[in-house]
Design a protein around this ligand. Structure first.
Ligand code: EPU
Length: 303
C-alpha cells in the first residue's frame, strides 16, 4: 500500500519513521513477502494518536514483530506495516522483577536476565523473535512458556484507544495463544523470575541450544514450527510418519531434520508455502483424522 505524500508528512509528525516501499521478505525469517510502506514507531506514547489517525483516514495496517512466525503474501500488500522501533528497546531490573519492552529480542532478554542470576526462561533461549511476539503467541519450548513469568502486560488497547497495563487477572494464555485482541499492540511486560546461580542457568541454556541444534534446521530459512501440535500429539512426528520429509511444492520444502519446519530452499514464494501447508494438512487429515492448526501467522491479501 502506498500513502500520499501529504499523509506521509502527517505520519512523520505523529512520530513515525516513514519507510516507503519496503520489501517484507527482508523482514521475515522465511524471506517471503511483498512490498508496502512501513512505519517505525519511535515513541510508543504517540500510538493512540497515530492509530486514531490511521483509523480516521481509513488506512488499514498490521503490526510486525520480529517476523519470525509469519507468512506474508507476494505483491503489493493492501495494508501498511507498523513496527515498534527496537532502537531504545531493552530490559530494566528491579530485584527479581524485570520490565521488558516488546521490541526487545527474546534471546537477548534471556541472556541478560541470566547475567543477573535470573533464570527460569532457559528453554526460550533459541526461540527467535521479539518479546512482544513471544507474549502474543505465548512462545514456549522445552517445558517453558513465557506466560509462566508474566506479572502484567502493557499495551495499546485498540478498543479503548489507550495505553493500559493489564494484570495477569485480566489476561489469559493458552498453548501458543493469548487473549489480546488482534489489533492490540503489546508494548512490554513485567516478569518475575527465580534467582539461580549464573553457572546453572548457563548450563541449562547450553543444553537447550544443543537439543535445538540436533533436532531443528537452524541454518535454514523457516518460521519455526508451521503447525501447532494437536492435543496429546506431535505434528512433526505425524508428518514424518507419512514420509513427507523432503517433500516440496515449488521452493518450499518439508525439512529433513524436523518435519514440522517448512524451509525456503529455492527462492520459495508465499504461494509455495500455502500450497505445501494445504497439501500436508490434507494428508494428515486423511491418514490420522487430525486437523492441523496453523502456528505460523498468515497475512492475507485483504485489508
Ligand atoms: N519427531 C519426529 N520427526 C520429526 C520431528 C519430531 O518423529 O520430524 C518426534 C520427536 O522425535 C519427538 C516428538 O516428535 O518424539 C516431538 O518432537 P520435538 O521434541 O522436536 O518437539 P515438537 O513437539 O515437534 C515443540 C514445539 C517447538 C519447540 C520444541 C521443543 C510446537 C508446535 N513445537 O516441537 O516449538 O521448540 O517442542 O520444546 O509446539 C515453535 O513453536 O515454532 C517451535 C519450534
Amino acid at each position: 500500500m502506498r500513502v500520499e505524500p501529504q499523509a506521509q508528512a502527517r505520519l512523520r509528525k505523529l512520530g513515525a519513521e516513514y519507510r516507503p516501499g519496503e520489501r517484507l521478505a527482508n523482514w521475515t525469517s522465511l524471506s517471503v513477502g511483498g512490498t508496502t510502506d512501513m512505519l517505525v514507531v519511535e515513541d510508543v506514547r504517540g500510538l493512540p494518536e497515530l492509530v486514531g489517525w490511521l483509523r480516521a483516514e481509513g488506512l488499514p495496517w498490521r503490526l510486525l514483530g520480529g517476523g519470525t512466525n509469519l507468512l506474508v503474501p507476494e505483491g503489493e500488500v493492501p495494508y501498511l506495516v507498523l513496527q515498534l522501533s527496537s532502537r531504545q528497546a531493552g530490559v530494566r531490573f528491579d530485584g527479581t522483577r524485570v520490565e521488558v519492552d516488546a521490541a526487545a529480542d527474546l534471546g537477548r532478554t534471556v541472556t541478560e536476565c541470566a547475567r543477573r542470576n535470573l533464570g527460569g526462561m532457559e528453554g526460550l533461549i533459541g526461540v527467535p523473535g521479539t518479546v512482544g511476539g513471544a507474549l502474543r503467541m505465548n512462545a514456549g519450548a522445552y517445558g517453558t512458556e513465557i506466560s509462566q513469568f508474566v506479572q502484567s502486560v502493557s499495551l495499546f488497547q485498540a478498543a479503548r484507544g489507550e495505553i493500559v497495563r493489564l494484570p495477569m487477572s485480566q489476561v489469559s494464555f493458552q498453548y501458543r495463544h493469548s487473549s489480546f485482541a488482534p489489533e492490540d499492540i503489546l508494548l512490554g511486560c513485567e516478569l518475575q523470575l527465580p534467582e539461580r546461580p549464573y553457572e546453572e542457568i548457563r548450563a541449562a541454556i547450553r543444553m537447550c541450544n544443543e537439543k535445538r541444534r540436533a533436532s531443528q534446521p537452524l541454518n535454514e530459512k523457516s518460521a519455526g514450527c508451521i503447525f501447532k501440535n494437536p492435543p496429546g500429539g506431535s505434528a512433526g512426528r505425524m508428518i514424518d510418519e507419512l514420509g513427507l520429509k523432503g517433500y516440496r511444492r515449488g521452493g518450499a520444502v518439508v525439512s529433513e531434520r524436523h518435519a514440522n519446519f517448512f524451509v525456503n530452499r529455492h527462492q520459495a514464494t508465499a504461494d509455495d508455502f500455502f500450497a505445501l501447508m494445504e497439501d500436508v494438512q490434507g494428508r494428515v487429515r486423511q491418514s490420522f483424522g487430525v486437523e492441523l492448526e496453523n502456528e505460523v501467522i498468515l497475512w492475507g491479501n485483504g485489508a
